[in-house]
Design a protein around this ligand. Structure first.
Ligand SMILES: Nc1ncnc2c1ncn2[C@@H]1O[C@H](COP(=O)(O)OP(=O)(O)OP(=O)(O)O)[C@@H](O)[C@H]1O
Length: 251
């Protein structure tokens, strides 16, 4: 982990590196299972990157490694955010630096209202968006601010999970399957908010099984297959490349 990144040697990483956010030769394990097998990619500031691939390709594991969660265990590689070495940090330090992970299960805290769920994210600095700014982006959350968070619909819970990330001063939003189980009309609504978040300059990495919807939103895409990158390019290139989509995304 103490080797300096040499981006020129890695075909997956743009020649313009070091970028705002970069992952370099990341390797991670669950126990003996080698899951993330030398993953490298760059994300530019304010960009939306879709991290795609079939079930079990290693997308969630890559997000968890970036967020510096304990599992999977990172054994090699570097992760840089705005010249800061994330790979040397623990999860709470990564969060403080501006990594905001919205996990697949959304983690709404039972027994707390919508507003209490949001406020809990703000008990320690760095504080991000104010409640009024959050409710402006998500009017439904404002209307339901006194309702218990876990009683919201699936789409509203997803909004709350994103709102909670924004309540902290984040630089990079990591979204794990934000559209899962949601009706297309709700996906439209969430997509709109993700575009607004992008306009505010926040960088986003989105993992999503609904690859077409994720690609329509994203600037760039990285495709993983059994823990390795098999494509790194623009989202438009993936949408236009039928064989790539069929082989790795089944779409
Ligand atoms: N906690 C764990 N312990 C052991 N193996 C795990 C654990 N979590 C995930 N794995 C394995 O790691 C591999 C990658 O899983 P990961 O969740 O990162 O894939 P994914 O691309 O996000 O797929 P999905 O869309 O199904 O979530 C899979 O083979 C999975 O079974």
């Amino acid at each position: 982990m103490n080797v300096k990144p040499d981006f020129s040697k890695n075909a997956n990483v743009a020649a313009t590196a070091p970028a705002y956010f970069s992952v370099w030769d990341l390797e991670a394990y669950y126990g003996e299972s080698y899951i993330v097998q030398g993953v490298s990619f760059n994300v530019h500031e304010g960009e939306i990157l879709a991290l795609l691939g079939r079930n079990g390709a290693g997308k969630t594991s890559t997000l968890r490694a970036i967020a510096r969660l304990d599992d999977p265990q990172v054994t090699h590689g570097e992760i840089w955010l705005d010249h800061q070495p994330l790979h040397l940090m623990r999860a709470h330090e990564a969060s403080k630096l501006g990594i905001g992970l919205v996990p697949e299960d959304r983690r709404i805290i039972p027994g707390l209202t919508v507003e209490e769920n949001i406020k809990l994210a703000q008990i320690a600095p760095p504080i991000g968006w104010s409640l009024s700014r959050i409710y402006e982006l998500f009017p439904r959350l404002g209307e339901r601010r006194l309702q218990e968070g876990v009683t919201l619909s699936g789409g509203e819970q997803q909004m709350l999970a994103i709102a909670r990330a924004l309540a902290r001063d984040i630089k990079v939003l990591l979204l794990d399957e934000p559209y899962e189980g949601l009706a297309p009309v709700i996906v439209d609504e969430i997509e709109k908010t993700l575009r607004v978040i992008k306009e505010q300059g926040i960088t986003t990495i989105i993992v999503e099984q609904n690859a077409v919807r994720a690609l329509e939103l994203s600037d760039r895409a990285v495709i993983l297959d059994t823990g390795k990158i098999v494509f790194d390019g623009t989202a438009a290139e993936v949408l236009e490349n039928e064989s790539l989509r069929a082989e790795y995304l089944a779409i």
